[in-house]
Design a protein around this ligand. Structure first.
Ligand code: 13P
Length: 250
């Protein structure tokens, strides 16, 4: 069976629940014939509204983060069961903004991935190198560490519900996307990592999304690459018009 692409939007800390309702209502008729699966990761405060607005459509709603503990004294945090109870389907984990601004390390991200998988949420594990790391030719080493430590103690069976997003930090929000060649080369390397730590079958079925300045005018070329199974879109996912274009071009 051919793999269905995933086109995911990440709204980051943008939009109220009222904006979310409006956005989803407006985009539904524009993406209802999409060949890809459409994901939108909204802020916590917009989850309930977004899930209701997207009910019985092809749009899947997810969160942008969660804590690994089931419950307890973690002021300001959100658990997987709280997300599940809202019918949230996926969660972005280890986004570079969480790693760099909020200092989340691989061990913490790994605990979150384990928790999400155990509780039936599909994690999108983000990995990616900084500009300095790429210039120092450390990209493969960084990706190997972030990947292998992020998926520690995850069984092959659980890995069936895991998605990887390659998001080079230097391409996020900069307007400078990785070229399709750089993205494809790096995705090919990530595919090899999946074989190394899981197996061939899982490597073939696992989605590897590309993220970093994806726009309507570069999505087609990126999506033509053999190892790019979808995209994770920030800025261009905030407008109905540009996100719908990306979905329909992919
Ligand atoms: P931009 O598309 O704004 O570069 O953001 C990418 C991203 O971080 C998605 O998670």
């Amino acid at each position: 069976m051919e793999k269905k692409y995933i086109i995911a939007g990440n709204w980051k800390m943008n939009k109220t629940h009222l904006d979310a309702k409006e956005f989803i209502k407006d985009i539904i008729p524009q993406v209802n014939k999409a060949r890809s699966t459409v994901y939108i990761a909204v802020p916590f405060t917009a989850l309930q509204t977004a899930v209701e607005a997207a009910k019985d459509t092809n749009i899947v709603i997810g969160a942008q983060n969660m804590h690994d503990e089931e419950n307890g004294a973690f002021t300001g945090e959100i658990s997987s069961s709280q997300l599940k109870c809202l019918d949230v389907k996926f969660v972005i984990l280890g986004h570079s903004e969480r790693r760099h601004i909020f200092k989340e390390d691989n061990a913490f991200i790994n605990r979150k991935v384990i928790r999400a998988l155990k509780d039936g949420l599909k994690p999108i594990l983000c990995i990616g190198e900084t500009k300095e790391e790429r210039e120092k030719k450390l990209t493969h080493q960084i990706l190997d560490t972030q990947f292998s430590e992020g998926i520690k103690n995850i069984s092959n069976e659980e890995a069936a519900n895991l998605t990887i997003a390659y998001e080079p930090v230097w391409a996020i929000g900069t307007g400078i996307s990785a070229t399709s060649e750089i993205a494809e080369n790096t995705h090919t390397y990530i595919r090899k990592l999946i074989i190394k730590y899981f197996d061939n079958k899982i490597a073939n079925s696992m989605h590897i999304l590309y993220g970093g300045s994806v726009k309507p005018d570069n999505v087609e070329e990126l999506m033509q690459q053999e190892n790019i199974d979808g995209v994770l879109v920030g800025g261009a996912a905030l407008k109905v018009e540009s996100f719908a274009q990306i979905v329909n071009k992919a």
